[in-house]
Design a protein around this ligand. Structure first.
Ligand SMILES: Cc1ncc(COP(=O)(O)O)c(C=O)c1O
Length: 372
C-alpha cells in the first residue's frame, strides 16, 4: 500500500490520456462548488458555447451537452437514446473503435447493419450506399472520424452526404479527432458528434460531450431511450431549460475542460492542427529514416496525431514499448490483429510541441539502436 501518491513524470506519446499544461491542471484547484448553483450553471453555459465553437456549430441550429464519463459514455448516450423498436443502425467499421460502436448497439439491443472493412482499409463509399439502398429500417449511420487504432481519417463528409441523400441521421465518433482535425458538423452534416477533452483538446479524462443538431433532435425528442444515466433527452432538456445536468456531474472535469478549451482557442484551432501536423512530420520523418513500415501509406488518410508503425520481426514489440517507457516515453502497443504484426503507435496529441518530438526521436533512435 502507498502512503502518499507520487507520480513520476512520463512523456505521454499515446492517444490519450495526454499531457496537459500547468494552466489546465491548475483549473482543478478551485473552491468546491455545488452543481445545483448559479455558479455551476454559468460555467456549464460557457462550456457549452465553447464546445459548439469547437465543432463549428451555431447555437441556433445546434446544442451541446457534457456527459460525465469517458468517450464511450458519449457514444452510448447517442446510441441508447435515438431508436424506436425495429429501427436500425448502420455502422461503418474499420478498426477497434468502429467495432466498439457495434458492441454498444448490441448491448442496447439496437438492430445493426455493419459495413465492415479491414483494419486500416479505407471505407468504400459504394458499399455504404448499397446498404442504404437495401435496408429501409436504417435510421442512423454511425462511423468513427479518426479510427485511433490505425490512425486513419475516415470519409466523414462523403458519408454525411450519403446519409442525407437517403434521409438518415448521422452520428460521428470524433473522440480522437476533435481539436486535431477539421471537425465541422455543419459542413459535414453530422447530427450527433461526440468528443472528449483528453485527446487533441489537451484536457483531462472523465467527461465527454455531444454536439446535437436541433432538427435531428426533433426527430428523437420523444423516444424513451434505453439507458437511465446516459439518456440524451434528459441531458438535452435539462441543459436547455436550466443549464444543468440530470445527475451529479464530474464538476472538476468540467472546470479543466473549460480551461483546456480556452487554451485551445487562444492558440487557435487551426494553429493547433498545424502544430500537430509539424509534430507528426517530425515523428514520421524519423520513422521513415529508420526504414520502418507505416500502416497507412497515403498521407491524405493519415491523421495529424497518430502514427502506426511496424517493427521488424527481430524486435519484440512488448520489449520495445517497455524500454521506451523505462526511458520516460509512453507509446502504445498496436491493437487487435495489428499487435500480432508487431505494430505500435506513437501519438502526438495534447501538450506536445516540436521540441518534445525532437527529444522523443533521439530516444526512439537510441532504443532502436540497442537492438542491433
Ligand atoms: C475513436 C475512439 N472512440 C472511442 C474511444 C473510447 O473512449 P473512452 O476510452 O474514453 O471511453 C476511443 C478511445 O481511445 C477512441 O479513440
Amino acid at each position: 500500500m502507498v502512503d502518499k501518491i507520487s507520480i513520476e513524470k512520463k512523456m505521454l506519446f499515446a492517444p490519450g490520456p495526454v499531457l496537459t499544461s500547468e494552466r489546465v491542471k491548475k483549473a482543478a484547484l478551485q473552491p468546491d462548488i455545488c452543481h445545483r448553483s448559479p455558479m455551476f450553471e454559468q460555467i456549464y453555459s460557457g462550456l457549452k458555447s465553447r464546445i459548439l465553437k469547437l465543432f463549428n456549430a451555431d447555437s441556433n441550429t445546434h446544442h451541446s451537452i457534457v456527459v460525465s464519463g469517458s468517450g464511450t459514455a458519449a457514444n452510448e448516450t447517442v446510441i441508447s437514446s435515438v431508436f424506436n423498436d425495429e429501427e436500425e443502425i448502420l455502422i461503418i467499421s474499420n478498426g477497434e473503435f468502429g467495432n466498439r460502436l457495434i458492441e454498444i448497439a448490441d448491448a442496447y439491443k439496437v438492430g445493426s447493419r455493419v459495413v465492415e472493412f479491414d483494419w486500416g482499409e479505407y471505407p468504400d463509399i459504394n458499399k455504404v450506399e448499397d446498404f442504404l439502398k437495401r435496408y429501409s429500417r436504417i435510421k442512423l449511420v454511425s462511423m468513427v472520424y479518426h479510427e485511433t487504432s490505425t490512425g486513419m481519417i475516415n470519409p466523414v463528409e462523403e458519408v454525411g452526404r450519403l446519409a442525407k441523400k437517403y434521409g438518415k441521421l448521422y452520428h460521428v465518433d470524433a473522440i480522437s479527432a476533435v481539436g486535431g482535425e477539421n471537425v465541422d458538423v455543419t459542413g459535414q452534416q453530422i447530427d450527433f458528434c461526440t468528443g472528449v477533452p483528453n485527446k487533441s483538446v489537451a484536457g483531462h479524462p472523465g467527461a465527454s460531450f455531444v454536439c446535437v443538431n436541433l432538427e435531428a433532435y426533433k426527430q428523437v425528442k420523444n423516444i424513451r431511450g434505453r439507458n437511465v444515466y446516459l439518456n440524451l433527452q434528459k441531458h438535452v432538456e435539462i441543459s436547455m431549460n436550466k443549464n444543468q445536468t440530470p445527475n451529479t456531474p464530474a464538476v472538476v472535469m468540467f472546470l479543466t475542460l473549460y480551461e483546456a478549451l480556452d487554451e485551445l482557442f487562444e492558440e487557435g484551432l487551426n494553429n493547433r492542427i498545424e502544430r500537430y501536423k509539424r509534430d507528426a512530420d517530425i515523428i514520421r520523418d524519423a520513422v521513415k529514416k529508420r526504414s520502418l513500415k507505416l500502416l497507412i501509406d497515403n498521407d491524405e488518410w493519415m491523421s495529424t496525431t497518430v502514427t502506426s508503425v511496424f517493427l521488424p520481426e527481430n524486435i519484440d514489440v512488448y520489449s520495445f514499448v517497455n524500454e521506451m517507457y523505462r526511458r520516460g516515453y509512453v507509446i502504445y502497443l498496436g491493437k487487435g490483429p495489428l499487435l500480432k504484426k508487431n505494430m505500435f503507435q506513437i501519438a502526438n496529441m495534447g501538450n506536445i510541441h516540436p521540441e518534445d518530438c525532437y527529444r522523443f526521436v533521439e530516444v526512439f533512435n537510441d532504443v532502436l539502436d540497442s537492438y542491433r
